[in-house]
Design a binder for this molecule. Structure first.
Ligand SMILES: [Zn+2]
Ligand SMILES: [Zn+2]
Length: 169
């Protein structure tokens, strides 16, 4: 699906008024092949393809592609920013608390915002970002007994912290 939209990435860049550069094309390809990649992941792929490229050049390419909404940037709590080529469909994400695996979920409504707050405080709301947090089947299988899961939780919690809630910062 996303691949088709990237059949002609050069045209895509031109349509959005961006100069076609080897860096931008390579970044686009990397994200299209590895959805939900972090900047570091993308840098590694692009470097393998182009050889010499600075981290800054990858940052710049990601910034301009995101700015033009050719790429979508998501930033789940506690994670680095991630990029994907699936844009404009208001899809959501399932994220595994164990391994960080990120999976697309179609938006039930298909338009933004798909949820309305009980009180919008007179804001003009244009998006509701929905992230479903949980445990993927692989991680669930790896910690199938409840006592194991408990142990893992304890190991992840910093010493002296008894707060088991998921703080947002
Ligand atoms: Zn997992
Ligand atoms: Zn996605």
């Amino acid at each position: 699906m996303a691949i088709e939209a990237f059949a002609d990435p050069e045209a895509l860049l031109r349509q959005h008024g961006l100069q076609v550069t080897a860096q931008r094309l390579s970044v686009l390809r990397a994200v299209s092949r590895h959805p939900h990649s972090t900047t570091d992941d993308i840098y590694t792929v692009v470097r393998a393809e182009l050889g010499a490229i600075s981290r800054q050049a990858v940052y710049d390419a990601l910034a301009s592609l995101t700015d033009k909404r050719i790429l979508r940037r998501i930033q789940p709590a506690g994670s680095a920013a991630r990029y994907e080529t699936r844009v404009g469909d208001n899809h959501h994400h399932l994220i595994c608390r164990g391994c960080g695996r990120t999976v697309d979920v179609d938006c039930a409504a298909g338009y933004a915002p798909c949820l309305t707050p009980t009180d919008n405080s007179d804001f003009e709301i244009d998006e509701a970002e929905v992230t479903y947090w949980g445990i993927c089947p692989e991680c669930a299988a790896a910690t199938s007994s409840p006592s194991n899961t408990d142990d893992q939780h304890r190991r992840r919690t910093p010493e002296g912290t008894s707060d088991r809630g998921e703080g947002s910062t």
